[in-house]
Write a protein that binds this ligand. Sequence first.
Ligand code: SF4
Ligand code: SF4
Length: 152
Amino acid sequence: MSVKDILGSGYNHHEKLAKPAVLYFPAKDIGEKGGAHCGACMMFFKSKDEGRCTVVEGKIDGPTGVCGLYVHGEHVGPTMEGTIDKSVVGYTEDGPPTQCGNCEYYVGGPKLGICKKVAGRIEFHGCCNAWEAKESIELDDDDLDDLPDEEC
Ligand code: SF4
Ligand code: SF4
């Protein structure tokens, strides 16, 4: 069975979003096997035992928080709290650390697959701003016989 068979007529990788449109980060840029989260972002720092961010205002949760501005790395800059409202950057503490492998739109194996929304090869440990918590689909490498040949 192919991915087209599984996803039906709605599947057409030529009509999908381009990776830059959703800020897709490959696994090497997410930098965390467990998924993106504030505690692994270079903008995160501790102030009086509370998490803070140099970009986003308010209290930030290191293990469960994440937003669309995530950049993996150690915080080395000034510890000045940011001023951007959490709603502007999509800050959430509602899901697990985010990665394609636990996203509703990922179809694939433990390393590589495709996405129902975003074009091209998609890494299990990559992520993008269109991430949504996975609810149902569980497939494996045998279902990837029409994986796109070229990087998009
Ligand atoms: S709120 Fe966004 S920018 Fe700030 S630490 Fe978390 S992921 Fe990084
Ligand atoms: S699987 Fe989810 S997080 Fe990964 S590229 Fe697709 S929409 Fe983005």
